[in-house]
Design a protein around this ligand. Structure first.
Ligand code: HEC
Length: 129
């Protein structure tokens, strides 16, 4: 705030006015939409947690589920695999690795990463079986 419009004072009043209004409106719209989407996703996941969190992950004794618990409950509670589609899990793995790097949490080695992703996808909302 306050930064936008610097250096535009020398232009004709009309031109710089309409330009900066247009610019700030489109910037605001873009930012607003992103935040809105994220919030909805977050609320959806939080709500579905009432019936689908922690206690009820599939095959809890399997090595894959153990790995999932170990690696993915460091920063937040576990999300049930069936909350997301296979594609979304793939996307989330990448995003979570960025979060891990940002917070200096060690990344799972490739073999563990593959096991976790496979487990999540096997039980994803759009999984075959
Ligand atoms: C370094 C901390 C950290 C670790 C470890 C971590 N997460 Fe996350 N996770 C976050 C943060 C921060 C958010 C919320 C912000 C966001 O959604 O980007 C989040 C949100 C999520 C969400 C909700 C998506 C959303 O947009 O709200 C899912 C699903 C998820 N994580 C899955 C995982 C899985 C699977 C793993 C293990 C591979 C994992 N997380 C490990 C930090 C972490």
């Amino acid at each position: 705030m306050g930064k936008r419009g610097n250096g535009e004072t020398s232009r004709t009043v009309n031109q710089s006015d309409s330009q900066s209004v247009w610019k700030s409106t489109s910037a605001r719209t873009k930012r607003g939409t992103g935040a809105w989407k994220r919030e909805v996703l977050f609320v959806l996941l939080t709500l579905s947690c009432a019936s689908g969190c922690n206690a009820s992950i599939p095959e809890p004794e399997s090595p894959a589920a153990q790995l999932y618990q170990k690696r993915c409950s460091i920063c937040h509670r576990l999300y049930a695999p069936r909350l997301l589609t296979s594609e979304m899990w793939q996307f989330m793995m990448g995003r979570m690795e960025m979060e891990m790097q940002r917070r200096s949490v060690p990344l799972p080695p490739p073999a563990e990463r593959a096991t976790i992703l496979e487990y999540l996808q096997k039980h994803a909302s759009n999984a075959a079986g």
